[in-house]
Design a binder for this molecule. Sequence first.
Ligand code: CA
Length: 241
Amino acid sequence: MKVLIVEDEPNIASFEKLELEHEGFETEIAQTGREAVTVFEANPDAFSIVLLDIMLPELNGLEVLRRIRKISKIPVILVTARGETFDKVNGLDAGADDYISKPFAIEELLARIRSVLRRSEYLQEQGGAGNDSLKEDTELKFDRLTLNSISFEVFVDKTPVVLTKTEFMLLKCLLQHRNEVLSRDFIISEVWGEDHYIDENSVDVYIRYLRSKIDDVFGVNYIKTIRGAGYIIRESANETH
Ligand code: CA
C-alpha cells in the first residue's frame, strides 16, 4: 500500500514518511499542490491513500482535493495546522474522507488511516468483480477474533485492537496457518521476508506484544507456545468461550 504524502514542511513530511514506512506502507512525497496533482494524475492507481496538507504553495489542499476527485475516489485525509482557519465542512464537502490536526501522534494518524480504508469502497473496487469472495479472503476469524487484511483492523468481539504492522502480519500469519505449529524460521520468512536478517528472539518479543494486546486484555489464551518448536493458534474443543 502506497501513501501519497502531500506536505510542504520537510520535517513533517519526513516524519510521516519514516513512521508510515516503519508501519509497512510505501510512501511518496509531494511538496507542493501542483506537484501532488502531477504525481497523482500520472499514476492514480499507484496509491491507496492521500495524506493532504491544506496550506500548500501553488495550489492549496482543497484545490488539490477537487482535482483528485475528478478522476478518483481514493481515500483522502486532510491535514490541518493548529490555529489554521479551516472549515471542516468545506473539506468534507469537497470530498475528504477525514481530517487530522497537526501536531498529531502517529498512532492517531494510523488509526484514522485504517478507519478511512475500512469505510472506503475504493479498495474493493480496485479488486474488481467478485467482491463477496474478496471479502471472505480478507476476513480471518478465530473464535472472538476477526482480522481484516484490507482495512488492517483487528477486533475481539466488537472491540478494536490497535496493532503495529508487524504485530498485524504476525497475527495474520498465525491465523492463516491455524492448527499448524509454526517454527520461528517460518514466521520470520512469512512476516519479515527472506531478505531481512531477523533474530529468532524477535519472534518471541512480538508474540509477547500480541499476547499483551489480545490474550491479556480479553482474558483469552489464543497463542500457544510449543516448546522447542514454535507457536500455534489452535482450535481446541475444551476451551470455554
Ligand atoms: Ca503546509
